[in-house]
Structure formats: structure tokens, C-alpha cells
Design a protein around this ligand. Structure first.
Ligand code: DAK
Length: 258
């Protein structure tokens, strides 16, 4: 079935996904999240895909959950459909890296979607916010938890309680985004980062992703112990031998994922 709300492009081992609901500033509705889950399923199953980039338009990454779709729902409907739950879990459990390339508005569920990715590259035009309080509600895809872990309690409280937006420069200073670039360089920069990741050993990439995420979920000593075990395990693979031999031979490594 052709996709209605996403544009998907393949750039060698990188899949670029563009949110595409321009009439609603890429607001997230059920259709879009269902399509996104399907694209992630396909990317997970495709061994040729090593990294993903998720982006929106110059005007908006995503201006939040679709308020028009959501406004009349009852508590029973929200609960019984587990509103947004399956899509959020799909992204959380995705094992390959996803880079969010954010220009324009990343608000509410849009900011949360960016934070669900592994890191965020922001255009100078990016604006991040959790303005749900203006609607009498609250973030619902982890915003109260993830924003607080990214930027600390004070800025998270400020943004969530006042609904103020953070521009790209502040977001970079606060650690919400990994780098800020000119708007016309955003996609090139994100694709270049993704290509760099795609050229690494996929085994090492997935284990590194798992461990950085574990830092949010576990104690320091448990995380460090997990890291040591996985580090040891990498010596079971050809990619470790190749990576170290290539360094000694002063040549680029050719990783095979074995
Ligand atoms: N939903 C639906 N339509 C939206 C939208 C949204 N979030 N944001 C913008 N649009 C639509 C506008 O209605 C307008 O449509 P037309 O009037 O042309 O038909 C079109 O996009 C262009 O928007 P504007 O005319 O407003 O454009 P401006 O440049 O003047 O303003 C803006 C841009 C981004 C500042 C403004 O559109 C705005 O404030 N948008 C709403 C931002 C917002 O409040 N976002 C948070 C939404 S609530 C859950 C999980 C998650 C969530 C909820 C539950 N569960 C797991 C239970 C998440 C909730 C949210 O994200």
C-alpha cells in the first residue's frame, strides 16, 4: 500500500523518513504512526539498512499529536486503544540507530518523537516545546520523563509548566540536541552522520546503542558490568579483528557484521 503520510527514501544503507502531513504541520495521527511503525518493521528486517534518519519539513518536524483527531476522544477510547502506545513502544524497541533531523517546530508529541530517536541534529530554525499544558493536558509519549533527563529539572519544569519553546541554540547548550547546523545543511549533515554509522560494524553499533540506553534504566555499576560483558563479547566477531587489523595496517576497515 502506498504511504500517505510519509515519504521514504533509501540512501545506500540509510533510510530517510520524511513526515509528510504539511496541511497539519506534520501533526501525528493514527495513520501516520501506523505507517511509521510499518516502515520501522521493514527497516528492522532489512539487513541492508544500517541507520535511519527521521525528519519533517523546513517549517515543522511535527507540531504535536493531532489535536483535531484527539479532541473528542473519551477516557475509555484512549485507554482501550492504548492511544499512541504501540507506536511509541515500536520506536523504543527499534534496535538500529535513528537520528532525528529537526527543523522548525518540534512540539508536544513532535518533541517526544524526536527524543525517542537516538540523537537529535537541529537546524538553527528548530523550536522545541511541550505546550500540552495550554490544552489542559500533559505530555503523553514520555515527555515529562525524557525531557527532564535531557535538560534537567529546572528547564523541563519551565518548558512543561509555562509551555515556552526552546530554540535550537538553547537546546544545544542544554544537551537536548547533539549539534546545530544551518537549515539548508540539515539533511546532508544527518545523512552524513547516518552514513558514518552505517559504515561501522552493525554488531558494535547495536550493542553501543543498547548500552547508552541502559544508562537511563539501570545503576552505574550494573551498566558498567553490562558494558564489560558486551565489550568482551565483541572479541567473538570478525569485525573486531578487522577493525583492529585495519588500524595496524593503516587502511579503512571493511566491516561485514560477522
Ligand atoms: N494538531 C492538528 N493540527 C495542527 C496542529 C496539531 N498539533 N498544529 C498545527 N496544526 C494545523 C493548524 O490547525 C493549521 O491548520 P488549518 O487551520 O490551516 O486547517 C495548520 O496546521 C497550520 O498551523 P497554524 O496556522 O496554527 O500555523 P502557525 O504558524 O500560525 O502556528 C504553531 C504554528 C505550531 C505555533 C501552532 O500551529 C500550534 O500552536 N500548534 C499546536 C502545537 C501544540 O499544542 N502541540 C501539542 C499538541 S498535544 C498521548 C501521547 C501524546 C500526546 C497525547 C496523548 N497518549 C499516549 C495518551 C501528545 C499530545 C500533543 O502533542
Amino acid at each position: 500500500m502506498p504511504l500517505k503520510t510519509l515519504i521514504v527514501e533509501r540512501h545506500d544503507a540509510v533510510t530517510l523518513i520524511r513526515l509528510n502531513r504539511p496541511e497539519a504541520l506534520n501533526a501525528l495521527n493514527n495513520e501516520l504512526l501506523g505507517e511509521l511503525s510499518g516502515v520501522l518493521d521493514a527497516a528492522e528486517a532489512d539487513e541492508g539498512v544500517r541507520c535511519l534518519v527521521l525528519t519533517g519539513s523546513q517549517r515543522a518536524f511535527a507540531a504535536g499529536a493531532d489535536i483535531k483527531e484527539m479532541s473528542d476522544k473519551s477516557y475509555a477510547q484512549m485507554f482501550m486503544t492504548d492511544f499512541f502506545g504501540p507506536a511509541a513502544r515500536r520506536i523504543e524497541q527499534f534496535r538500529k540507530p535513528i537520528i532525528a533531523a529537526v527543523a522548525g517546530y518540534a512540539l508536544g508529541g513532535g518533541c517526544e518523537l524526536a527524543m525517542l530517536c537516538d540523537f537529535i541534529i537541529a537546524a538553527e530554525t528548530a523550536k522545541f516545546g511541550q505546550p500540552e499544558i495550554n490544552l489542559g493536558v500533559m505530555p503523553g509519549i514520555g515527555g515529562t520523563q525524557r525531557l527532564t533527563r535531557f535538560v534537567g529539572k529546572s528547564k523541563a519544569m519551565d518548558m512543561i509548566l509555562t509551555a515556552r519553546m526552546m530554540d535550537a541554540a538553547e537546546a544545544e547548550r542544554a544537551g537536548l540536541v547533539s549539534r546545530m547546523v544551518a537549515a539548508d545543511k540539515l539533511i546532508d549533515e544527518a545523512l552524513a552522520a547516518a552514513a558514518k554509522i552505517a559504515g561501522q560494524s552493525p554488531l558494535a553499533v547495536m550493542m553501543n546503542k543498547e548500552l547508552v540506553n541502559a544508562a537511563y534504566e539501570t545503576t552505574l555499576s550494573t551498566g558498567v558490568a553490562m558494558e564489560r560483558r558486551l565489550f568482551h563479547s565483541l572479541f567473538a566477531f570478525d569485525d573486531q579483528k578487522e577493525g583492529m587489523a585495519a588500524f595496524v595496517d593503516k587502511r579503512p576497515a571493511k566491516f561485514t557484521g560477522t
